[in-house]
Design a protein around this ligand. Structure first.
Ligand code: NA7
Length: 553
């Protein structure tokens, strides 16, 4: 496994300031914008990042085919009109390398790099109730104290490293999608196994197939995927979009997914005749994109009968693309409504199974039993391979937070508090953990929309809150237990009004053995959620306790 550390020992061990106003953990989209906002407020800040560079998700996930499923002109910061205008995306959906270049550009443009200690993990974070300060310790054993801690640790940053029996015996090389070597992997002339068919496996499959001698995809659960219709972003499209950027960003904020230009659905899928419905789906299929597809009708995520029409359409498409009927059947999902697991967005995923050098193995019927020196043994066969690519996902949404020993009031650890599943108020803060903010935490829309939009909304809220505390000399803020309880109930109630709970997925933690099964994102939509956050502030931070006078400290 390649951890791609640059080994900047001096930097890693040079003295940290003893105390800062705020620590920001993580230097992806959230951490960078948070640092920028806090510096603008005049705070003394220190950033920490486990990787050797900025980028978060886009730093680590360098696997072939990696790109975002939200169009680049939308999946980008809106806080600076100059930045919006000057950056030129090359494609409708740009590749990971380009997204990473953009994030690096932002880090340099706003001079954020000097604020960050790279190659440095925070391992412990303890709240001192007397000083009303957080004491943090790095993996190198260095300490720093801060009044505010902002967890910009990401929703998909703890890879689910495979624990297959025998993996240590494998004589070839193996890779996890989220720990991919920076220099890339050359699969030419190799027999490659790919395990996992979520969004990552779906992106990787066509790319590896183009290079490898043979690709065997090991599928446990078939996933739905719709075409991306990725294309070069021409000058005219770029100009038109940028000319209307302010209006587009405002429009995005009024939608459920935080993306502009997606027509709001007006009709139920069940209001149309089968022919009319098929024409609507065909038009959206031709246009491409998952949010577009799920916005075809008003009720695809709330009515099983409506959803069934979309399932039937996509499964028919799969059968029309994939020539071998048995493979087409295997690729057709049967176990969950479409959109209740991440709806994948692909470039020639299904078409790839028509290639002579690609085969699909059903590991639901015959599970993987072990990795051997030369390949993979399932319950009914042994597959000889030279390399294995694991696209087995993440301990999502809570994994990165649980990896740190976070101790709040009374010494309670976050892991103990969340033993039955994460509880937060607004996905922003946790009762008993004063001045600890989470960017896009469980209980916020986070992954159920345009992440960059959600990140900016959270960072702006947190920056506004910290400014409020400082100007009013308040030492600490934390949610009231009742507000947290009510919010968790609301998050569940909203999810229960949808089809989401019908799927086993990382949204509910069911991909990790032993993880409590709780639906984690807030699916009430970004517009509704942001209005609640604004209202909480307007009503004097309703549901929060603001305590202590900093002028007395
Ligand atoms: P996902 O969506 O969690 O997918 C992981 C895949 O790995 C999924 O197909 C799993 O099958 C499969 N998997 C996991 N463990 C095994 C074992 N033991 N045997 C066979 N197959 C296994 O992760 P991704 O990285 O694709 O995507 C995560 C998000 O990143 C994505 O939704 C986007 O938001 C970006 P299962 O479904 O559990 O049967």
């Amino acid at each position: 496994m390649n951890m791609e550390y640059s080994g900047r020992d001096t930097e890693r061990t040079s003295q940290l300031p003893a105390t800062v106003d705020a620590v920001v953990i993580g230097a992806g989209f959230s951490g960078l914008y948070m640092l920028h906002r806090l510096v603008s407020l005049g705070l003394k800040v220190q950033g920490f990042e486990a990787g050797s560079g900025v980028g978060g998700t886009w730093f680590w996930n360098r696997y072939p085919g990696a790109r975002c499923d939200v169009e680049s002109l939308e999946y980008s910061y809106s806080f600076s009109p100059e930045l919006e205008q000057e950056w030129r995306w090359s494609k409708r959906y740009s590749e990971q390398t380009e997204i990473l270049s953009y994030i690096n550009h932002v880090a340099d443009r706003y001079d954020l790099r000097p604020l960050i200690r790279f190659d440095t993990r925070i391992v412990s974070q303890v709240y001192d109730e007397t000083r009303q300060m957080w004491d943090l310790v790095t993996a190198q054993g260095q300490s720093i104290a801060a009044r505010f801690c902002i967890m910009a640790t990401g929703n998909l940053s703890t890879p689910r490293v495979p624990d297959f029996a025998g993996i240590e015996l494998f004589e070839g090389k193996w890779y996890h999608s989220a720990l991919w070597p920076a220099e890339g992997v050359d699969f030419s002339d190799q027999r490659v196994a790919l395990i996992g068919t979520g969004a990552t496996g779906v992106q990787m499959t066509p790319k590896i197939a183009q290079q490898a001698k043979h690709l065997t995809v090991f599928q446990r659960t078939a996933n739905f995927s719709v075409p991306a219709r990725n294309a070069v972003l021409d000058d005219e499209a770029d100009r038109t979009h940028k000319a209307s950027y302010p209006a587009r960003r405002q429009q995005a904020a009024r939608t459920s997914f935080g993306i502009s230009g997606v027509p709001a659905p007006t009709r139920s899928a069940l209001d149309l005749s089968p022919d009319e419905r098929a024409r609507s789906y065909e038009a959206i299929w031709a246009q491409g994109g998952s949010v577009y597809f799920l916005s075809t009708f008003t009720d695809l995520l709330t009515s099983k009968a409506a959803n069934d029409t979309a399932v039937e359409f996509v499964n028919r498409k799969i059968r029309s693309i994939v020539r071998d009927p048995k493979t087409a059947d295997l690729l057709s999902p049967l176990d969950h409504p479409i959109g209740t697991k991440r709806l994948c967005v692909d470039t020639e995923y299904y078409e790839t199974f028509n290639r002579g050098n690609v085969s699909l193995v059903d590991v639901r019927a015959a599970p993987i039993e072990e990795i051997t020196a030369t390949g993979i043994r399932t319950a009914d066969a042994h597959y000889e391979v030279d390399a294995i690519a694991f696209a087995t996902g993440f301990d999502a949404m809570t994994g990165a937070l649980r990896e740190i020993d976070i101790r709040g009031k009374g010494g309670l650890t976050l892991a103990e508090k969340w033993v039955h599943g994460p509880t937060t108020y607004l996905g922003l803060m946790v009762a008993g953990f004063p001045n600890l903010f989470v960017v896009t935490g469980p209980g916020s829309p986070s992954v159920k929309g345009n992440m960059v939009h959600s990140i900016e909304q959270h960072v702006d809220w947190i920056a506004g809150c910290i400014a409020h505390l400082r100007s009013n000399h308040v030492a600490a803020i934390q949610p009231q237990a009742a507000a947290e309880r009510d919010w968790v109930a609301h998050v569940n109630e909203v999810a229960d009004g949808t089809l989401y709970p019908l799927a086993d997925s990382w949204y509910s933690g069911s991909n990790i053995p032993g993880k409590p099964r709780v639906f984690m994102p807030y699916v009430g939509g970004i517009a509704a959620y942001s209005a609640i956050c604004r209202d909480v502030v307007a009503s004097g931070y309703r549901g929060f306790a603001l305590v202590g006078d900093t002028s007395a400290l």
